[in-house]
Write a protein that binds this ligand. Structure first.
Ligand SMILES: NC(=O)c1ccc[n+]([C@@H]2O[C@H](COP(=O)([O-])OP(=O)(O)OC[C@H]3O[C@@H](n4cnc5c(N)ncnc54)[C@H](OP(=O)(O)O)[C@@H]3O)[C@@H](O)[C@H]2O)c1
Length: 314
């Protein structure tokens, strides 16, 4: 039996589907009634006593449950992402689980941790270090995950298709993304491979220039590029972020834009996936291919055939 915490979330659902497709018996920890093709077990990572039923008979636990919210209070992030991870490791130990695959994030890579969420992912990894002699733990750090289910991508693609205009931020910047199917593939590999205690960055094959992603959207939608010069827009964007922060503080409204978004727009990011390739046998597809497929699906086109000259996968 394989237990997936967070198996109802964006990444967890894809992992559960793949495990079931491989014929595995899968149990999902759910905080309430949720739709899942797996066996559902009600529980919460913040309530240790309720993890025992979920852990019974489990060989491998994939721990993906987390509060993935850059605006959540630090205490809530700590309770779920750090103490919750400790609770899962303790329960896994109590039940003689063979292996724990912990889902961290590239936020825990050197230079990360600039947000409370990132710091909580670092703290969770540090907390797990105390268990490594007693419990084989493999830690995966996925990069920013994308596919057609990402709301921002859907919006951008549909905007470009409707208006024939595709915003392109200038200057260009290098980004290192992780398609949901590449990340899921890494999780499947980590079930049996990888050094206990090993930490693996998981991203697409290579970083890409952000402009190359915009060009894919243009190609598939027939839109023309509309350059948005970030240095010129910066004062407006910072003012908007300040207004959003004020509304968040006063009314609790979720900020549409914040200073973290602005930093992300300008910071080059590349991660070293060599260890995952060497030790897990991770062989990710390039971003261009999966991104083109995601755009294709955002446009509700069949994923069969070619996408802008790239053979799309069925
Ligand atoms: N998405 C990314 O770009 C990305 C990148 C790097 C790393 N990650 C990591 O990947 C993992 C999954 O992220 P995601 O994008 O799939 O997030 P998500 O869609 O928000 O899913 C989070 C999952 O965690 C569960 N959960 C939250 N609090 C819980 C609690 N107290 N007890 C039990 N379950 C709880 C949620 O259950 P409910 O159904 O009850 O809400 C949901 O299944 C996280 O560890 C995240 O840090 C994500």
């Amino acid at each position: 039996m394989i237990l997936v915490t967070g198996g109802t979330g964006y990444l967890g659902r894809a992992l559960v589907d793949q495990l079931i497709a491989q014929g595995e018996k899968v149990r999902v920890l759910c905080r309430g009634q949720r739709e899942t093709p797996a066996e559902a077990c009600i529980g919460d990572v913040t309530e240790p006593a309720r993890l025992d039923a979920a852990m019974r008979g489990v060989e491998v636990v994939y721990h993906l449950a987390a509060l993935v919210d850059h605006h959540a209070p630090e205490a809530a992030l700590y309770r779920v992402n750090v103490q919750g991870t400790i609770n899962v490791a303790e329960a896994a130990l109590r039940h003689g689980v063979r292996r724990m695959v912990h889902c961290s994030s590239v936020s825990a890579e050197p230079g990360g941790g600039s947000t409370p969420y990132g710091r909580s992912k670092i703290a969770a990894e540090q907390a797990l270090a105390a268990y490594r002699k007693r419990l084989p733990i493999i830690t995966l750090r996925p990069g920013p995950v994308y596919d057609e289910e990402r709301v921002n991508l859907r919006r951008l693609v549909r905007f470009a298709a409707a208006t024939r205009l595709c915003p392109r931020l200038v200057p260009d910047v290098t980004v290192h993304l992780a398609s949901r199917s590449n990340v899921t593939a890494a999780f499947l590999l980590a079930r049996d491979r990888g050094e206990p205690g090993g930490v693996y960055a998981i991203c697409d094959r290579e970083p890409v220039e952000r402009s190359s992603l915009a060009r894919i959207i243009q190609r598939e939608t027939g839109a023309i590029a509309v350059p948005l010069p970030l240095p010129l827009l910066s004062p407006v964007l910072h003012a908007a972020a300040l207004a959003c922060a004020g509304l968040h503080a006063a009314l609790g409204l979720r900020p549409a834009l914040d200073r973290r978004h602005l930093r992300v727009l300008t910071r080059a990011r590349r991660y070293d996936i060599a260890r995952a390739c060497a030790e897990l046998g991770f062989d990710p597809a390039p971003t261009e291919r999966h991104f083109a497929e995601a755009v294709w699906r955002c446009l509700d086109r069949s994923a069969q055939g070619t996408v802008g000259g790239i053979q799309a996968r069925p």
